[in-house]
Design a protein around this ligand. Sequence first.
Ligand code: 0PR
Length: 381
Amino acid sequence: MEKFGLDEYEVFALLDELYAKDTQYKQVLSSMCTHPHSIAVKAHQRFISANLGDPGLFAGTAEIEQKVVRLIGKLLHGEDAAGYLTTGGTEGNIQAVRAARNNRNVKKPNIVVSESAHFSFDKISDLLQIEVRKASVDDVLRVDVESVESLIDKNTIALIGIAGTTEFGQIDPIKELSGLSEEHGLFLHVDAAFGGFVIPFLDKHYDFDFSLSGVTSMVCDPHKMGFGTIPTGGLLFRENDSIERLKTETPYLTSRTQHSLVGTRSGASAAAAYAVMTHLGTEGYKKIVDYCMNLTSHLVTRVRELGIEPVIEPVTNVVVLNLPEVNYVREKLYQKGWVTSITRKPVGMRLIMMPHVTETMLDAFISDLEKVITSTDIRKH
Ligand code: 0PR
């Protein structure tokens, strides 16, 4: 820091210079986040000083947080679910597994996840010193339930199902996992960080939430398809007992105990999530998901005309294209401004049809993709 500060104009000149280096969403096809809804931004600003880490000071904001938990609970058929708003899917997954571990007295615990799970489970392995066993996937990249069962032993404390996988947007067979967890008396956590605000609004029905009696906890993030502000995640437990296992005493605060991983927490995030959920309602979310799914179909139809197939038939608004020389193609597209991403297994070009994507934008992308794949360059490459 300098001894004497700059005036606001100078500070913003510095900030704007750096802001200009950020990629604007208009050419981003790789992100699971998007512009927050304008009402979320407004509510976020209003509650900018509110700290959910000291709920006695911010009683109204604390009430808002619980209202959001109930709204997410209702969306996921868990009206009575207990929970709190996290910083996102990573914190939610950590805390769910921590609760599962604290529920049981197992010396060398393990959990079983799909090999397609988000990398937050690798962090969990390191942080909580829990073995993370990876089950194989079937031909459409859902976790293979037989593989999950074969990995369960007396030290298994939890199974994890993914509803909307990060890389392929696929939905694990949560109903079968629910049956398996009940049969073996195990905690079942469903990672719906991305899918939680998508799957309830799809035309096709999927059983993936608290309507299944074996589901113990879920994450569902407002800062992804919920149009909230960053950071906002939702962590919900079917029963209060599980969240109680996360309790730490906070003797000198306005509340005696705390269940969250972090201490000071954004009240603005909670207000933003409440504002957007109350404003859109389920009909509003359905319209947005319909829009994203129409873009998904449009993309698949157009790439098929170019002879390109998706790795799986998209289930949510994530499309992965099977392309030779995928990194070369991505690099060429990047030179034209397009940001895409890549999957691990099988390797493909990952494109996420978020609400900031438009049909015009997609057509421009497809036209550039066509140029890249038909160029003599790629054949020579
Ligand atoms: N679970 C699932 C299924 C996820 O897809 C993600 C993140 C997480 C958990 C972790 O959530 P947090 O990142 O909120 O802790 N999925 C995206 C991903 O890793 C997150 C993301 C979003 C990354 C926007 C980049 C980006 O631009 O791809």
